[in-house]
Design a protein around this ligand. Structure first.
Ligand code: LLP
Length: 425
């Protein structure tokens, strides 16, 4: 369920016409529905109301501070993967004891920053990282709570770029080496091994891989217990998929039932790191048609959003539905919806049946709330889009559109190049 719907022949986000926001703030623009974000967070969180748990929104999917704040107010935490994400989360008001930190390459400065703020737990991904974290902890006189991110070697059956829990992936520590690493960690003075974690991939549309991973983690937790290493947290990562086209992923309730059935009665606190399932269908990218071009081969709709705004189609060939903001009941044409960037990979949709469009028409690129803005760049020196949150019949700009001056912030021309341009060589 989301709150983008047609009323009076045009697309609304909650009670606000999308065209009105576009007219007032310009395009391209990311538009999020507050009610959808809230509802998706609660649907996930409440699915686990029968067990002690913490829902840590995976902020790489959408790191806007207003959105983080909303989840913090609903009792959530965040999953971070960098010092920059930690900074954002703290600024947004997320409590450090609700933050878990994953990632294969945490630098020393970021480890120190996170440790000094007192985050809940580091999900460490290599033996060397365990040693490094211990050194940092001892140097600043703190103990670091850690879990080992285990690679359980299960196939999540998703796109290879976003599958992370297979032996050949760079993530985590092989489950067969994990016990040894826990032994090592528990001998180090700066560390407290408090959890076990995993994240097997993203956009999963079946529960079985999650259950398989959980079964393997349970075995590890038992083996740890036999050695007197008692953990309090079990972090199952994120990964639950959404409907972009006609996928039928399990509802969070179904996921929760499967997890709880496999886990049985437990004293563990569960941690989840959902991203896409919460934010994905809560946001759209609104863009305007600049030109239409028909060659003998193809029809192109050239729009003002590009791969720098939404990278998923060019990176993963992923599907995002294209909907007219003001449908006119025109005939359908098969077209490529492309951006202004100088690359053939710059498309938002290919060979797609869409209603015939004219310059000036607005379209909505659906399911763009996760890994949309957060993966955007300024490639081709295109200022990044603005982000707007709708709540009922009002809208709020939660990130203003960048300007040209933002593009050159931080750049400088060294002295040896500052001679008079008119003189030339
Ligand atoms: N936890 C960890 C450690 C992760 O690496 C990820 C995603 C998540 C949680 C959240 O996964 P989710 O619930 O959103 O599936 N850019 C790609 C997705 C990359 C996912 C990376 N890790 C895309 O646009 O599809």
């Amino acid at each position: 369920m989301h709150h983008f719907h047609y009323k009076e022949d045009q697309l609304f986000c909650e009670d606000v016409p999308v065209a009105e926001v576009a007219r007032e703030v310009g395009t391209p623009l990311y538009l999020y529905s507050h009610a959808t974000l809230r509802q998706h967070f609660l649907a996930f969180d409440r699915a686990f109301s029968g067990v002690r748990h913490l829902t840590c929104f995976s902020m790489k999917s959408n790191s806007n501070m207003a959105i983080l704040r909303l989840f913090a107010l609903l009792g959530g935490g965040v999953d971070i993967v960098s010092g920059g994400e930690l900074y954002r989360a703290l600024k947004a008001g997320v409590k450090p004891d609700r933050i878990v930190y994953s990632g294969v390459g945490k630098g020393e400065a970021d480890l120190e920053y996170a440790l000094s703020t007192g985050i809940l737990m580091f999900n460490v991904e290599s033996s060397q990282e365990i040693v490094r974290l211990n050194q940092v902890a001892k140097r600043i006189g703190r103990r670091a709570r850690l879990s080992i991110r285990v690679n359980p070697d299960v196939d999540p059956k998703t796109h290879p770029y976003i599958s992370t829990g297979l032996k050949e992936n760079k993530f985590g520590i092989d489950i067969s080496d994990a016990l040894d690493q826990y032994r090592m960690a528990s001998g180090l003075k700066g560390l407290d091994a408090v959890g076990v974690s995993c994240h097997i991939g993203s956009q999963l549309t079946q529960v079985e891989p999650f259950v398989d991973a959980l079964r393997k983690l349970k075995g590890l937790i038992r083996a740890l217990g036999d050695e007197g290493i008692r953990v309090d947290f079990l972090d199952l990562g994120g990964g639950l998929g959404i409907t972009y086209e006609n996928e039928a992923p399990p509802h969070p309730e179904e996921y929760a039932r499967a997890v709880q059935a496999e886990l049985g009665a437990t004293d563990l606190t569960l941690i989840f790191e959902p991203g896409r399932v919460i934010a994905g269908n809560a946001g759209i990218l609104v863009t305007k048609v600049l030109y239409t071009k028909a060659t003998r081969e193809k029809t192109f709709f050239v729009v003002d959003a590009a791969m720098n705004d939404l990278m998923r189609p060019c990176l993963y060939d992923s599907f995002h539905a294209i909907q007219p903001v003001r449908p006119r009941g025109r005939e359908k044409v098969k077209a490529d919806v492309v951006g202004p960037i100088c690359e053939s990979g710059d498309f938002l949709a290919r060979e797609r049946e869409v209603e015939r469009l004219d310059p000036g028409d607005l379209i909505a690129v659906m399911s763009a709330g996760a890994y949309g803005f957060s993966m955007s760049s300024t490639y081709n020196s295109r200022p990044r889009a603005c982000e707007v949150m709708v709540k009922e019949d009002r809208y709020y700009t939660i990130r203003k559109r960048e300007g040209f001056e933002d593009l050159i912030r931080g750049e400088s021309i060294p002295d040896f190049l500052t001679e008079d341009l008119d003189r030339g060589e």
